[in-house]
Design a binder for this molecule. Structure first.
Ligand code: FES
Ligand code: FES
Length: 151
């Protein structure tokens, strides 16, 4: 049994040490907003924040999370920045099929936490690990600029 802190709440979970955080979130805790894409840290669909840093939950064993707080898409809107990013996403109508988008929003929010006014190059660098099969990249970039300018 271990205790993990997800979205400000402690959860006692009885899972193997090597279970990826993504499985704990989705299958044990029912937090299905974080998506499974590739399972090998290549697509970004499973991006969450661990102690404020973006992390690929599909390749992060739960034992390595320790007592660091985890934030998922379900709670990112509870911060002023996360809310701004989500509003910009809606205003720019970024979402197409939606599958990659929780990971995109988590990556974008992490970028804006460290770089409040990113250039196109900053955005492309930070978001390059988040794949969108629908090709929403141009709208993602516009939404990040909008969220930055609405600060
Ligand atoms: S599912 Fe984790 S990076 Fe693709
Ligand atoms: S919106 Fe469909 S995969 Fe990105």
């Amino acid at each position: 049994m271990r205790t993990i802190l997800i979205n400000g709440e402690s959860h006692d979970v009885d899972v193997p040490d090597d279970m990826p955080l993504l499985w704990v979130l989705r299958d044990i805790l029912g937090l299905t907003g974080t998506k499974y894409g590739c399972g090998i840290a290549q697509c970004g669909a499973c991006t969450v924040h661990v102690a404020g840093q973006p992390a690929r939950a599909c390749q992060l064993p739960v034992s390595l999370v320790g007592d660091r707080p985890v934030t998922t898409i379900e709670a990112i809107g509870q911060t002023a920045l996360g809310q701004r990013v989500q509003e910009a996403w809606l205003e720019e109508q970024v979402i197409q099929c939606g599958y990659c988008q929780s990971g995109q929003i988590m990556a974008a929010t992490a970028l804006l936490q460290t770089t409040p006014a990113p250039s196109d190059d900053d955005i492309d660098d930070a978001m390059s690990g988040n794949i969108c099969r629908c090709g929403t990249y141009v709208r993602i970039r516009a939404a990040i600029h909008k969220a930055a300018s609405n600060a």
